[in-house]
Design a binder for this molecule. Structure first.
Ligand SMILES: NC(=O)c1ccc[n+]([C@@H]2O[C@H](COP(=O)([O-])OP(=O)(O)OC[C@H]3O[C@@H](n4cnc5c(N)ncnc54)[C@H](OP(=O)(O)O)[C@@H]3O)[C@@H](O)[C@H]2O)c1
Length: 324
């Protein structure tokens, strides 16, 4: 049996992505073969493509998120049977494919009322948004949070989750169209990335600053995050869209007001099947109660490079998915 698969031979820009047929080995142990119906595209996929995060080996597949139907199971798989609807995050690289082999511990049973597209577009980003707002930091009613890339995949979900909890979210976005979008999703305010938004945050918080700053942009926004956070506030640095943050001076955290900094990765919040499925159940419940996973773009698998261009050009909103 073969799968159509997107892979890279070397690191580079979106043009490094290749498409080809690969043989699928016999399914053994705790492996599950999933026929993908929709594939999630995440910013982290661009890090593996560019080499910012090194894949285990080259050539390498790309992508770690998808949703589909179980086609075959290994002898030690007890949680799933052929025909089950499933979704997965943080599989081995290679989800950009028609079929993908996933360890059963990375799989979530997909309830009948959650579509493949919503699962592929919302599972990794939604688990991240829920973990950021309820585990990594826990802002409460009337707290103010600053959230970068607020119209993106993770951001558009965070805007809605914050609004449901009466948390005032100030979203940083790069266009007025994105500003309108996040205000419709529940952001209390939108500020433009190229404006003096640190001053605006101080004005909006009566000089105090944001209780929590969620920074996924990294290198170019670190000093702005320090300037926007409140005394005893928390900067959650969770992404590198502009490159990694380096050379942090601990004394700067003291000067900014005894600030806490964390650098979370979703993996640690879903490291075993039980915590993954329990966080996923929370997310599915949020979706049932109105959380909208916005699919901003759905492209054929063959156009995976265009999906990366969309994310990196800052022109996408909501989630980007691939159709195998
Ligand atoms: N730590 C974790 O476990 C974890 C898990 C999931 C995601 N993340 C991180 O969360 C972030 C969002 O992920 P996503 O998949 O939902 O992507 P996304 O937000 O849909 O897309 C990226 C957005 O980042 C913004 N951006 C700001 N500066 C940028 C720059 N220099 N280059 C490119 N984009 C820039 C753009 O929004 P504007 O144009 O509006 O600024 C762009 O639309 C990423 O940084 C990702 O690595 C981390």
């Amino acid at each position: 049996m073969k799968t159509l698969k997107v892979y890279i031979n070397h690191h580079g820009g979106p043009e490094a992505l290749r498409l080809g047929d690969t043989a699928i080995d016999a399914i053994t142990g705790t492996e599950v073969l999933v026929r993908n119906h929709a594939i999630g595209v995440n910013y982290i996929d661009t890090y593996f493509r560019s080499g910012l995060y090194p894949p285990p080996a080259l050539p390498s597949g790309l992508g770690t998120e998808g949703a589909g139907v179980v086609i075959a199971v290994g002898a030690d798989v007890h949680d799933f049977v052929v025909g089950d609807r499933v979704a997965y995050v943080q599989s081995a690289l290679g989800a950009y494919s028609t079929y993908h082999v996933v360890d059963q511990a990375k799989l979530v049973p997909l309830p009948a009322d959650i579509s493949f597209d919503i699962a592929a577009g919302g599972l990794l980003k939604g688990l991240t948004a829920v973990a950021l707002l309820t585990r990594v930091a826990a802002p409460t009613r009337d707290d103010t949070v600053l959230f970068y890339a607020a119209a993106g995949g993770v951001g558009s979900l965070a805007c809605q989750l914050a609004a449901r909890r009466d948390i005032k979210l100030i979203g940083v976005v790069s266009s007025t169209a994105k500003a309108d979008l996040i205000c419709n999703l529940g952001a209390a305010h939108a500020v433009l990335a190229d404006s003096d938004f640190t001053s605006t945050v101080r004005v909006l918080t009566h000089g105090k600053g944001a209780n929590v700053v969620y920074d996924s942009v990294g290198r170019t926004t670190w000093s702005k995050s320090l300037a926007s956070v409140s005394r005893l506030g928390h900067i959650v640095s969770f992404g590198n869209a502009s490159g990694p943050v380096e050379g942090v001076n601990l004394a700067d955290l003291a000067k900014a007001g005894s600030v806490t900094v964390s650098r979370p990765i979703l993996f640690d919040y879903i490291a075993d099947a039980r915590s993954l499925r329990s966080l996923a159940a929370e997310l599915f419940d949020e979706i049932r109660h109105g959380l909208q996973v916005r699919i901003g773009a759905c492209l054929p698998l063959e156009q995976a490079a265009d999906a990366h261009r969309l994310l990196e050009s800052r022109s996408s909103t909501g989630s980007v998915i691939l159709r195998p």
